[in-house]
Design a protein. Structure first.
Lengths: 789, 168
């Protein structure tokens, strides 16, 4: 079941990162203090849709501690009033013509201290001419709806794109022949990643050398550097992006935000370093949100529970600018993986995206490019089908799961899953849960009028984007580099392009290299988050660090190992072909006493030892890893809830999570990643939502309104795992960062719906707040994304 | 206005604006950046420090209110080169990932263990419920505090604050 562990390097070793964090000695962007540093602040629109008729900054400029004030017009003179989004739309850096969402950036102040910068915002006077608002995505395409993007030539509606995948005709045929068809409308409401550290930057321009250094909350420092070079026309070799310690990302720190551009302009204008750090409301109201998918699912099956086909029709709310993050070819991300973990004959999905007067973004929040929405749809539909058929939802899933011998498996919408043993994972989850006993307990409780729910979800993730021929962000192929320098004394420095935000790369990547080279992880330093010190790559999001950069780390170590082989052969005076890699050393075949480890070889490689003419000396190497395919982690989750029918309050009593992420490098870190994702899922299912009122006011603009799960809402997680190595990844790893966020929300919702089954409740949308659950019990459907008066 | 605050056993006198928040005093004036700012609204607890005997959210305390008081931050947990058991527990049990909430969590945990040396899991969860962690799902934070409780005081570490009348 377990894959071999190279040289004992894998395992639950403590993290290298912790020593600084437990002492309060991390270095986050806002911790940075530079001599002469100034502070920036952004004036934001109070209105969601309005024409700007005048901006008066005279009073702000007269503030004694203000160094600079600029507006969209000032940026327009520099050609920087607009910037490209990751989806190749344009987004206003500072509004010139009109504002399109509440919280949009209107002006930027640079002052000598934080508080004065804020004071000066109050002195800017903006005249707005309010415009009608599109707050409801379902009305965005109505005839006569206000046109939000009248900046786009010829744009006369709020339509962004239509996109489809799968086979419509085949799916229609399967549905026509099915015994049973059920359908359900469901909303995956707008959520926000809300990392505890908000976004920010310190920008510093050296006027003599022209060097621009940007300390930035970036999950993708190299990609950001390239985009700054392209947008601002700055020479790329003069830009250094440093992502220091990052206080959580979850996708929120993948894009470039207007505040970053403003900080750069502020530094260039004043000739002094400028720090800009947004506050919590700015983070929640203006930076990239997640989900906002209005979905209709239809599922077709035989009377005995063989699933035949699936349809999904989606209305995607992308906000005021199309700034979703996904590989260019896939405007709806990887949503078309929506057939999930099941063996069905045909499927078709259709996605239409629209502009609304809401913050731009989308995709972000540990979602693996929309797989979160896809898994939610199929897992809700499986439960609704099970109820329609009168089948146990576990039995229905077991009957339809892909079987181990079907891998590699090509889905009806074209994905090739690499490996899996799905029934084993579900069986293990049911064993840990004591599934039969739980059902007996539930039956007894129902007799007594108590509402206990058992919810299952089974998910297949797709991570590690991706093959560069098919996947790019703004034209940058999604391959990642690694560099490995081995010092003469046998310690090493690994440079990687990805950027940890808490995932523990400094530890796990050292373990990977240690495993390949027979070194101790303690002897390997991992450098990341600094474009001057690391090779190019697209960064950390979509659970891609281990699948892509982890593979690059293993491959560059193998390259070093092969170089070491030639040196070892010279040291041992044998042919390289006579050597085998065993026990962490190059060893003469048949003569195990004659062997050289990497440390000895490294010294020799830097010495006067005579080497074959074709060998350069030293052991250092570089590698660029271009993934042949995504990796496909999977898992089976079971959630047990108790619902108070009088108040609608949901308590998560137990949560069992069985994950398979292939080979685990550090099981302690894997477990921690799953724990965090489960809390995210419980939060999304029960409390987190960025809702709006009919006038477009954001109702989730602080942590008083945007509720996050705490230690008392979370149960003690019960984990299990299986190990099915990825056949194409160098060390068989698959990635784990987002699995639990993807897999857990449907388990919670399925559990609550199961609890309410005796009351006839089939579906309610997330978040399942007490008011929402209570409404569902009364037979009323609540729109959770809109407060309609 | 002038304030004098004892922070981590050292006395600081500074001229500050009356509206200056304690978190900004600690971070920007004293350079103690281990305490973090996260939300402005007392919800997240990234800014928790001790003021005299109690954990407080320093984003909603004015620096002026700390005048004449004793403040303990994460930088003061380690004494004489010896980590607090809470710090060791967090590292030992993987109680942190990004590390942003960790200082506040550890200071609340220290307060809990000073008052309840052998807390139940429910007591730990209740004590930490005013603070948010976005990474760990809380499970390993609870284990970290339990670890610290089990490794408490054998060699004189931990518990040294309240017993000596708060911060010395």
């Amino acid at each position: 079941m377990s894959a071999p562990v190279p040289n004992g390097a894998y395992g639950p070793v403590p993290r290298k990162e912790d020593a600084r964090f437990i002492r309060g000695r991390g270095m986050f962007v806002d911790d940075l203090q530079l001599p002469g540093m100034l502070y920036g602040a952004i004036l934001r629109s109070p209105l969601p849709h309005a024409r700007i008729t005048a901006i008066d900054t005279v009073a702000a400029e007269a503030h004694p501690r203000v160094e600079a004030v600029f507006t969209g017009q000032d940026l327009a003179a520099l050609g920087l009033a607009w910037m490209p989004t990751i989806s190749q739309d344009a987004q206003a850096v500072l509004a010139t013509d009109k504002v399109r969402f509440q919280g949009q950036e209107v002006a930027f102040v640079v002052a000598q201290d934080r508080y004065s910068a804020r004071d000066a915002l109050e002195l800017i006077h903006v005249e707005y001419e309010p415009l009608p608002v599109v707050a409801d995505a379902e009305r965005a395409l109505d005839a006569g709806a206000p046109v939000i993007r009248d900046d786009l030539p010829g744009k006369a509606d709020n339509h962004i794109f239509d996109w489809e995948a799968g086979d419509r005709v085949a799916t229609d045929a399967v549905f026509a022949a099915a015994d049973v068809v059920v359908s359900q409308d469901m909303l995956y409401p707008r959520s926000h990643p809300a990392p505890l550290e908000t976004c920010g930057m310190v920008a510093d321009m050296d006027p003599v050398s022209g060097r621009l250094t940007l300390w930035s909350t970036s999950q993708a420092p190299h990609a950001h550097r390239t985009i700054y070079a392209l947008v601002a026309g700055l020479p790329e070799h003069k830009i250094r992006v440093v992502s220091p310690d990052i206080g959580g990302g979850f996708g929120n720190k993948a894009p470039i935000y207007p505040g970053y551009v403003c900080a750069i302009v502020g530094a260039m204008k004043t000739g002094r370093p400028v720090k800009w750090v947004e506050d919590r409301s700015e983070n929640l109201m203006s930076t990239t949100f997640a989900r906002d998918y209005h979905m209709r699912g239809e599922i077709a099956a035989t009377a005995d529970g063989r699933v035949l086909g699936l349809r999904a029709t989606v209305l995607a709310d992308h906000g005021a600018f199309n700034a979703t993050a996904q590989p260019t070819k896939y405007p709806a991300g990887f949503f078309h993986i929506f057939t999930g973990s099941y063996d069905l004959q045909a499927a078709h999905c259709q996605v239409t995206a629209v502009y609304t007067n809401k913050a731009p973004g989308g995709v972000a929040y540990s979602c693996s490019f929309r797989i979160t929405e896809a898994v939610y749809l199929v897992e809700r539909m499986m439960d609704i089908l099970a109820r329609e058929l009168g089948m146990d939802p576990a039995e229905l899933r077991m009957k339809n799961l892909l079987q181990p011998e079907q891998f590699p498996y090509t889905t009806p919408s074209g994905w090739e899953y690499d490996s899996g043993d799905y029934p084993r994972a579900l069986t293990l989850a049911m064993d840990i849960a004591g599934y039969g006993e739980l059902r007996r307990e539930q039956a007894e409780k129902r007799e007594r009028g108590e509402y206990m729910g058992i919810g299952i979800s089974f998910f297949t993730e797709g991570v590690g984007a991706g093959p560069r021929a098919h996947m790019d962000i703004l034209g940058l192929g999604m391959a990642d580099g690694a560099s490995l320098r081995v010092h003469p004394t046998g310690t090493a420095v690994l440079g990687v392009s990805c950027q940890t935000q808490g995932q523990g790369h400094e530890t796990t990547f050292a373990q990977i290299v240690a495993g390949e080279l027979g070194l101790s992880p303690d002897d390997i330093e991992v450098v990341h988050g600094d474009t001057d010190r690391t090779p190019f790559g697209l960064g950390t999001y979509g659970s891609r660090s281990t699948p892509v950069s982890g593979a690059a780390a293993a491959m560059v170590a193998r390259k070093v190992r092969e170089r070491a082989r030639i040196v070892a052969a010279a040291m041992l005076e044998v042919s390289p072909d006579d050597l085998e890699w065993a026990g962490g050393k190059w060893r003469v075949r048949g003569d195990p006493d004659k062997a050289k480890g990497i440390a000895e070889i490294a010294m020799a490689a830097h010495s006067t030892l005579e080497l074959p003419a074709e060998v350069e000396g030293h052991l250092d190497a570089d590698f660029v890893y271009n993934p042949p395919n995504l990796t496909f982690p999977f898992g089976a989750y079971i959630c047990v809830t108790d619902v108070d029918p009088g108040t609608g309050q949901v308590a998560v009593r137990r949560f069992i999570a069985v994950d398979d992420c292939g080979v685990q490098i550090n099981p302690m870190i894997v477990e921690g990643q799953v724990h965090g994702g489960l809390a995210d899922g419980v939060g999304m299912a029960l409390m987190q939502v960025i809702a709006f009122d009919a006038d477009g006011n954001c109702l989730g603009g602080s942590f008083m309104d945007y509720l996050l799960p705490t230690s008392v809402e979370c149960p003690s997680w019960e984990l299990g795992h299986t190990v099915t190595p990825s056949p194409h990844h160098p060390i068989g790893a698959k990635g784990i960062g987002e699995s639990a966020t993807v897999g857990s929300p449907p388990a919670v919702v399925n559990s609550v719906m199961d609890a309410l089954a005796p009351l006839g409740v089939v579906h309610a949308d997330m978040p399942l707040t007490p008011a929402n659950v209570w409404s569902a019990i009364q037979g009323r459907h609540m729109r959770t994304d809109l407060a309609l008066t | 206005m002038q304030i004098t605050v004892t922070v981590n056993y050292a006395v600081y006198t500074r001229e500050v604006e009356p509206r200056l928040l304690l978190i900004h005093f600690l971070r920007d004036e004293l350079g103690l950046t281990g305490s973090h700012w996260g939300c402005d609204t007392s919800n997240c607890g990234a800014c928790v420090v001790w003021m005299d005997e109690l954990p407080v959210k320093s984003c909603t305390v004015l620096a002026a209110m700390a005048d004449g008081r004793r403040v303990l931050t994460v930088e003061g947990l380690e004494r004489n080169g010896q980590l607090d058991p809470v710090q060791e527990g967090f590292a030992h049990c993987h109680g942190l990932q990004c590390g942003f909430c960790t200082p506040g969590m550890m200071l609340t945990a220290r307060w809990l263990l000073d008052h309840h040396p052998d807390p139940t899991q429910a007591q730990i969860r209740e004590a930490l419920s005013g603070q948010v962690c976005r990474c760990t799902g809380y499970e390993n934070i609870v284990r970290s505090v339990q670890w610290a409780a089990q490794h408490h005081g054998d060699d004189g570490r931990g518990g040294h604050r309240s017993e000596s009348g708060g911060v010395e």
